[in-house]
Design a protein around this ligand. Structure first.
Ligand code: BMA
Length: 330
């Protein structure tokens, strides 16, 4: 049973969870896209030139997705959306993008002086992970596929570990053995190996049984790398996408320090419960502004929404909801 801490803030956080939905959710819908679009969801996020930038997944009326930039001074409203697709799929030059590009995650790579975008390229053989770099979110340089299909939900760490880049990703085996979050390493961003399961999906009746995947990129905190991941509960009525938290060792990201047992956020509001794919909350980006963590999430594969939290409360919630790691009990 989760311990309840008897402090005013602790009690509120434990009972309601640390995240609060923005009053004006959804913050972006297809109507905000200045060209015909079916839906807008699963955006990556970054601070660029002092503004919040979202790299939106926009689905067109063929059902195929591309990426478009939206900018806002306060990260909440007055979004300025590019007039045409910022990064369209390139099925001719990059056949792996035949059926569009989806679900980007952005990592600022200080040593490259560039943002690295990991995204899903929907190839004829299934979804795979591609990388691109950009300095300005106007022009992008594709690096091409870095995994084979099926693999998605990938993001880079912003630093190297013992000289190697590290990437979280989620291969999907065709056998029913579970889809887990993996960590992989590379000397050059192109060639990846030393693949290891980092967070296994749970089994049975758990909210995160059978299939999980990384949500936003890992975030460095005083306590280690904070991970937010989605877990899918399959029910007779379809899947329910909820969000969980874990913490990785700062110097050895293959080491899991904590993993909460309960989900921290799930679909509740009508815009999360009903849409092209109902009961889905799916963040691909977050931004830390002081202690305020702003999580941008796709809602029901239809619109973009925002939830905010104080980072110390998120870490406290994670600690309170994490069972001891086996062998490290008090
Ligand atoms: C996942 C991804 C997401 C999508 C979610 C719910 O597998 O494809 O893009 O939001 O399913 O449909």
């Amino acid at each position: 049973m989760t311990p309840l801490r008897n402090t005013a803030r602790g009690m509120t956080t434990v009972v309601n969870g640390p995240f609060q939905r923005h009053d004006d959710n959804p913050i972006l819908t297809a109507a905000d896209i200045p060209y015909p679009a079916n839906s807008v969801f699963n955006a990556a996020a970054a601070m660029v030139d002092g503004e919040t930038l979202l790299l939106l997944r926009v689905e067109d009326h063929r059902g195929l997705s591309h990426l478009t930039v939206a900018r806002s001074a306060d990260g909440r409203g007055d979004w300025r959306v590019d007039r045409s697709p910022t990064l369209p799929a390139d099925p001719v030059g990059h056949p792996e993008e035949l059926w569009g590009i989806e679900d980007p995650r952005i990592t600022w790579m200080e040593e490259l002086g560039a943002y690295l975008v990991a995204y899903t390229a929907y190839s004829a053989a299934g979804p795979l992970v591609s990388l691109a770099t950009t300095r300005d979110f106007v022009t992008f340089e594709r690096m091409g596929p870095v995994t084979m299909p099926e693999n998605k939900d990938a993001a880079l760490f912003p630093v190297r570990f013992d000289g190697r880049y590290a990437m979280l990703n989620r291969p999907s085996p065709s056998m029913p053995v579970g889809a887990h979050v993996w960590i992989s390493f590379s000397p050059d961003l192109l060639h990846w190996g030393d693949h290891q399961i980092l967070l296994p999906c749970r089994k049975g009746g758990w909210w995160d049984a059978n299939k999980i995947g990384l949500s936003p990129p890992p975030l460095l905190t005083d306590e280690g790398w904070l991970l937010m991941y989605h877990g899918v509960r399959q029910t007779i009525a379809g899947g329910i996408y909820r969000l969980g938290l874990a913490l990785l060792d700062r110097d050895d990201p293959a080491k899991v320090l904590r993993r909460a047992d309960e989900w921290v956020f799930g679909p509740e509001e009508p815009y999360e419960r009903y849409g092209d794919v109902g009961d889905v909350v799916f963040p691909c980006g977050w931004v830390l502004d002081g202690d305020e963590l702003r999580v941008y999430y796709g809602a029901a594969d239809s619109s973009m929404a925002l939830a905010t939290a104080q980072l110390p409360e998120v870490l406290e919630w994670l600690e309170l909801h994490s069972p001891p790691v086996p062998g490290e009990e008090d």
